[in-house]
Design a protein around this ligand. Sequence first.
Ligand code: PXP
Length: 243
Amino acid sequence: MSKAIDLGVNIDHVATLRQARGGRFPSVIDAAELAVVAGATGITMHLREDRRHIQDQDVRDVLASVRVPVNLEMAVTDEMLAIAAELRAPHCCLVPERREELTTEGGLNVAGNAARIRDAAGQLRNNGYRVSLFIDPDPEQVQAAYDSGAPVIELHTGAYSNAKGDGIADELLRLKTAAEQAEKLGLIVHAGHGLNTHNVGPVARLSQVTELNIGHSIVSRALFIGLDEAIGEILRAMQDARR
Ligand code: PXP
């Protein structure tokens, strides 16, 4: 198995805390820089349509300050595609978005919106982005992602993270099957959502998965042990699983 596994740290919830008071603290730039020192190989930011946490200027600031790739998560809308064309982050992950949701609840329905997503992925590629599609671990979505021309998929691990009892093994099998299918198609496989030190091991052990994107659990742990230690802790859990 490939031993290396990267960690993209999602800093959205540092901005959530800042937005609670509408000021400048905590700083997402400081968080991004500290995350890199602590071992993050990428910084992920979701510019939501409602701007509930990350703001447009945050993306500009972080792009200007960190030396690792920034992964801009966004919905497939004309507004976001225009912003992406202006910002030029190196990586972009297309995600579904519903205004009333607390978090990104499911994967992008690539199979059901094939033409629109192929077109969006094409526009982003023309702007120099490496495009990834955040999808549920379903065979038809993996195939549709491949057909869209995107080189990367990010498997949504939310159902796995929320599963209980026998459901955990079932969800892990869905992830494994999707990762194997993607590998056969030549896709790069990432995964994320709802992962923490307790549940990350089995996902990190999937040899096809080369990167995990983790946010909420890291920022939550950081309140108690600090951001660098919270990142160190999850990196150790990922790397132990990979040995
Ligand atoms: N990957 C994607 C595409 C996401 O949308 C999110 C949540 O914004 C994450 C990973 C990180 O999820 P969590 O915050 O639950 O770790």
